[in-house]
Design a protein around this ligand. Structure first.
Ligand SMILES: [Zn+2]
Ligand SMILES: [Zn+2]
Length: 554
């Protein structure tokens, strides 16, 4: 047996991201332990990423979990670190393929339940709840939810003891010394684990480019309190629907100023209901319905609404356009954007702010005041986490390529001995020996296309992109027994009309110029017509539409 073979048969701890490297979204990291031929797997998080104009008609993009489902006998379950869409959003879509236990905190379970009900799966999926700080076992893995501070209740890092090595999977986190809702970050537990020895830290990179420490939610709360106290007209606060802590801070600011609170937006109402079921927002009092908004004096109401990212269908965009059926704002009212603009949404958010400006409504964004603080660690917090956990290996996760690379350099400059850069579908050995990529898994992406799950790389979105760029031509030919053209019909969609009217003749000429012998074969006729039409379009228009030719014979 040669040395390499012996090495490959060693039982090891590996990490395989199925999604989520090099972008924020679609987090799905699998841990495997055992010899390469028979590893035991668990999956941490199963999120979505939202589609954009590059994939027309695709709202949601998800990781392909086929590699895990092929190993189902040795797949022991899914663990969710927190209830954000980029960590939990694909569970209801992909569970029918995985058919596994789902382990999460009570709040994440409430959020997941709403999604499972929508999919008719709430009776089928075994959701096992663990309080933050709990320990539980999955197959050969000993796991522990370690409380962290973030921007949704009950966020946890996951400690993984595989028997062959240990890892801390950070999830999304920041260090907030004065959280305004829920648990504190479990600094002592991280320190204890660090003392015992942690092999690898798989760590959030989102804010690695920012120096210093994140502001606390306490400071955001104080700013909101002051702004609301000084406001004369109506106040609307928009934030992420899932940010219960921020919702709580805005409600307290309202109560202190003697304002009633009206909630607008289904997603926000759902989150509030889930939070209340888990014991949060107990002191928030009752919220009023939208119908009551118009009857309240201007200085006695605070509106909490969705739409901080400029989403066209959300409440705020419609209020800004003055097209909301129940809610309208006027000159002298104030809208607070208590959220950062996620990269890619700048145009939409700008449009909403412009519409508000057209109505003389004041706007405060995080550029003007501390009305938002991110839930991800800056450099100072990363350094503290390294000091607590003292990992031998660091794997940057949760960020665009520039963030992951910056995190690598930052970690190496701050005493981490080894850093492994990972791409989706690469299998990295974390222990034993030097950490690094040792293998690759098959996979890719899935698209949610309406109600159907389709292949992401080779799916219908690829053709739709072409259609949106250059349209389509349909040609049908009726050829008689002698090989003469009996009829030729051409339809076009999305092709300039002047050009389209010339194409009939191009197609007829292409047919007539074919030798009779070649006209006998349908495929040859179709290809000749297609080629000549696309060439004519390219010459006149500079574009080649999709072209479908059908031959009929009489
Ligand atoms: Zn995230
Ligand atoms: Zn998150």
């Amino acid at each position: 047996m040669n040395a390499k073979r012996r090495h490959d048969d060693t039982s090891d701890l590996v990490l395989l991201p199925l999604g989520g490297t090099g972008e924020i979204g679609m987090n799905c990291y699998c841990y495997g332990v055992g010899a390469s031929a028979a590893r035991d797997w668990i999956m941490v998080d199963l999120g979505v990423k939202f589609g954009d104009e590059r994939d027309p008609g695709i709202d949601v993009i998800m990781p392909d979990v086929g590699f895990i489902t092929k190993n189902r006998k040795r797949f022991h379950g899914l663990v969710i670190t927190h209830a954000h869409e980029d960590h939990i959003g694909a569970v209801a879509h992909l569970w029918p393929q995985l058919e596994c236990e789902v382990h999460c905190t009570p709040f994440a379970a409430e959020i997941l339940k709403l999604k499972l009900i929508e999919h008719g799966l709430d009776e089928d999926v075994p959701v096992i709840k663990h309080r933050p700080g709990s320990k539980f076992n999955l197959g050969p893995y000993k796991l522990e939810f370690i409380p962290v501070t973030h921007s949704i209740p009950e966020s946890c890092a996951l400690f993984i003891d595989s028997g062959q090595g240990t890892a801390v999977h950070s999830g999304d986190w920041k260090i907030d010394r004065s959280p305004q809702l829920g648990h504190a970050i479990a600094e002592d537990r991280f320190r204890q684990l660090g003392e015992k020895g942690v092999d690898a830290l798989i760590c959030d990179s989102t804010n690695v480019l920012r120096e210093g420490l994140s502001p606390s939610e306490k400071d955001v709360a104080a700013t909101l309190h002051e702004i609301v106290a000084n406001a004369k007209g109506r106040v609307a606060v928009t934030t992420f629907a899932s940010h219960v802590e921020r919702i709580s801070c805005a409600v307290r600011a309202a109560r202190a100023a003697g304002r009633e609170v009206v909630i607008v937006g289904r997603a926000m109402r759902n989150t509030i209901e889930a939070a209340r079921k888990c014991g949060y927002l107990k002191d928030a009092g009752a919220f009023l319905d939208m119908e009551e908004f118009g009857y309240l004096p201007n200085d006695r109401v605070l509106l909490l609404c969705t739409g901080s990212q400029g989403e066209a269908r959300a409440a705020l965009a419609r209020i800004a356009e003055d097209s909301h059926p129940q809610i309208s704002l006027d000159k002298g009212d104030l809208v607070i954007f208590s959220a950062r603009t996620i990269p890619g949404n700048e145009k939409e958010v700008g449009a909403v702010i412009n519409n508000l400006a057209l109505q003389d409504i004041d706007v405060i964004t995080p550029d003007e005041a501390l009305v938002h603080s991110s839930g991800h660690p800056r450099q100072g917090e990363l350094q503290q986490m390294y000091d607590w956990v003292k990992p031998k290996v660091l794997v940057p996760m949760h960020g665009e390529p520039r963030h992951l690379r910056a995190h690598m350099n930052f970690a190496l400059a701050h005493g981490i001995p080894e850093v492994v850069m990972l791409e989706d579908l690469k299998i990295a050995r974390l222990k034993p020996g030097e950490a690094g990529v040792i293998d690759e898994a098959p996979g890719g992406r899935l698209h949610l296309d309406g109600k159907l799950i389709v292949d992401g790389e080779d799916g219908p979105a690829r053709i739709r992109r072409k259609l949106s760029f250059a349209g389509v031509l349909f040609v049908s030919l009726l050829i008689d027994v002698k090989g003469d053209l009996h009829d030729l019909t051409l339809h076009s969609e999305g092709v300039p009309p002047g050009l389209a009217s010339e194409l009939q003749e191009v197609a007829e000429n292409a047919f007539v110029s074919m030798p009779r012998a070649r006209r006998k074969d349908d495929a040859t006729v179709e290809e000749a017509i297609r080629t000549s039409l696309r060439r004519a379009c390219d010459e006149a228009w500079g574009k080649k539409p999709i072209c479908k030719v059908s031959v009929f014979r009489s």
